[in-house]
Design a protein around this ligand. Structure first.
Ligand code: HEM
Length: 208
């Protein structure tokens, strides 16, 4: 018999590396935004990373490579291990609605190794937002080399707005996500240590 983890090690590794990466990207990104805001506000200086515009850009482009490596590993592993298929699908508008109403009535039980339909939608949604963030980011970073992406975005200026709104969407996700973890704190240890979902016979495919 072998222990099956609630969250296999690649998920845990990528999840927490991604959290650090997001903090670096968002804080340095806010610094870059402050130098040429597209809205009527700027972010507080102490919420930015890098000290000055050159430093902000330096951090943003350095952490970008960690984001790329971590994101690519997670996507490839998730696709080829069957993790995305098993954990994120299927969900339908009806199942999302059902689970949302149950959750708001505090009647949604949490199964350790199975996400509810609202979680599935949110996780798929945040991955798509991440993809949009990367595509719009590449368009702003190298508009000549990635002119096809700039065209797809609807132009350089639109790409900046898309980049900003994708960042905002991810920030909104994080707020809801962390509130959910605070409401169901027993989910946290599994995301750190892996936890034990069940036991399985040796020879059966294990997640880790
Ligand atoms: C940028 C920030 C974050 C993003 C993009 C993010 C994204 C995700 C995603 C996509 C999953 C599903 C992973 C999978 O199964 O492949 C997940 C699960 C989880 N995340 Fe996050 N997360 C973030 C921050 C956090 C933070 C700050 C915490 C803790 C306070 C947290 C705690 C958890 C937990 C406990 C789960 C497992 C939930 C369960 O078992 O029901 N996450 N997160």
């Amino acid at each position: 018999m072998r222990k099956k983890r609630i969250h296999p090690w690649p998920v845990r590794l990528c999840h927490w590396v991604n959290l650090l990466v997001m903090i670096g990207m968002v804080m340095s990104g806010w610094g870059i935004y402050n130098a040429d805001p597209i809205f009527n506000f700027t972010f507080p200086q102490n919420a930015t990373l890098g000290g000055w515009l050159g430093g902000n850009i330096g951090w943003h482009l350095a952490v970008m490579w960690v984001l790329a490596a971590n994101g690519l590993f997670y996507l490839l592993w998730g696709l080829f291990s069957g993790h995305f298929r098993q954990r994120f699908f299927p969900f339908t508008p009806a199942s999302v609605w059902h689970d949302l109403v149950s959750a708001l009535r505090f009647r949604l039980s949490h199964k350790s190794n199975q996400y509810n339909a609202v979680q599935k939608l949110m996780y798929v949604g945040v991955l798509l937002l991440g993809l949009l963030l990367v595509i719009s980011g590449l368009s702003i970073w190298k508009p000549v080399q990635f002119s096809g992406l700039v065209y797809l975005m609807g132009g350089f200026t639109v790409a900046r707005y898309v980049h900003f709104f994708a960042m905002s969407g991810i920030m909104l996700f994080v707020v809801v996500h962390v509130v959910m973890v605070l409401l169901v704190p027993k989910t946290l240890p599994g995301m750190i240590t892996g936890g034990n979902a069940a036991t399985k016979n040796a020879g059966e495919s294990a997640d880790d």
